[in-house]
Design a protein around this ligand. Structure first.
Ligand SMILES: NC(=O)c1ccc[n+]([C@@H]2O[C@H](COP(=O)([O-])OP(=O)(O)OC[C@H]3O[C@@H](n4cnc5c(N)ncnc54)[C@H](O)[C@@H]3O)[C@@H](O)[C@H]2O)c1
Length: 264
């Protein structure tokens, strides 16, 4: 099994539709021992969702914007496992006025919240977990929505994701010498709480399958979860600072396919 014996922290499981839920499921199927985290009032929903995993894991509270909560999780994992082999960062949030077409007039406070929670937090979490990982190395994976281009609606979350991509490369630079690999998976659109919270999400998601040569199912997290499991495994030993698209091939196409006969 790909993750036999690995001790992993999985953030961001909220509902069974969460990308992190599929990641947790595949990680367990592949032999990993996992702990979940979520923040504040979401913890009880995460606990309920965790019961649907093959081997219901414990859920700890961790608001990624609260350094002392990150420290508390590190201490708990240290007591449990004495080490950590990797973690999934599956966390994003932007206030409503940072999304949906108000780009020019979004106040800095909302931009700052989006950036802090969705990009800076990858660095906070890496720094927090480092003492459990630096002696033996490991893998860190986050979840991106391709920020090399501008999207309708996505606005400052898109800018935060560009930051996340860059944070991935800088962490890869600084943690590589300790044997810690840092990669991000650019997923196609998924019908999750975060996805549905983006006004106009259906417009982006609806036509995705038309352009993606492999097609795309917005309710199947397993293709993304498979890539996460691979990147957290020793098979990815030579990969760091990478942005891996798991989007049905959408990113590689210049436009939608033309209907047959159009070029005659
Ligand atoms: N849904 C999509 O279309 C899509 C596509 C590409 C990438 N992503 C990314 O995947 C990741 C997971 O999102 P999802 O779509 O599975 O939705 P989701 O709503 O299931 O997960 C988002 C998680 O972030 C957590 N979170 C928010 N603020 C937090 C904080 N301060 N501290 C700790 N946790 C916090 C939420 O509680 C939730 O569990 C996000 O980074 C998202 O941007 C989503």
């Amino acid at each position: 099994m790909l993750l036999e014996g690995k001790k992993l922290l999985i953030t961001g499981v909220l509902t069974p539709q969460s990308i992190a839920f599929s990641a947790a499921q595949v990680a367990q199927e592949q032999g990993a021992e996992i702990v979940l985290t979520n923040f504040g009032r979401t913890v009880s929903l995460t606990e309920k969702t965790a019961k649907r995993l093959p081997d219901p894991p414990d859920v700890l509270e961790m608001d990624v914007n609260e350094p002392e909560q990150i420290d508390a999780v590190r201490e708990e994992l240290g007591r449990r496992w004495g080490r950590l082999d990797g973690f999934l960062h599956a966390i994003a949030f932007a206030p409503q006025d940072a999304l949906g077409g108000n780009f020019l007039y979004t106040p800095w406070e909302s931009v700052a919240t989006a950036f802090r929670t969705s990009a800076f937090s990858l660095s906070s979490l890496a720094a927090g977990m480092l003492p459990l990982m630096e002696s033996h190395g490991g893998g860190i994976v986050s979840l991106d929505f391709d920020a090399r281009v501008a999207w309708p609606i996505y606005d400052w979350m898109g800018v935060a994701k560009a930051g996340l991509e860059s944070v991935t490369r800088y962490l890869a630079r600084d943690l590589g010498p300790k044997g810690i690999r840092v990669n991000t998976v650019s997923a196609g659109p998924m019908k999750t709480m975060a996805g549905k919270g983006i006004p106009g999400f259906d417009q982006i998601a609806g036509s995705w399958a038309d352009r993606a040569p492999l097609g795309w199912d917005t309710s199947d997290g397993r293709p993304v979860a498979g890539a996460i499991a691979f990147l957290l495994s020793d098979l990815a030993a030579g990969i760091t600072g990478e942005l891996l698209h798991v989007d049905g091939g959408f990113h590689a196409m210049g436009t939608d396919p033309v209907p047959p006969g159009t070029g005659d």
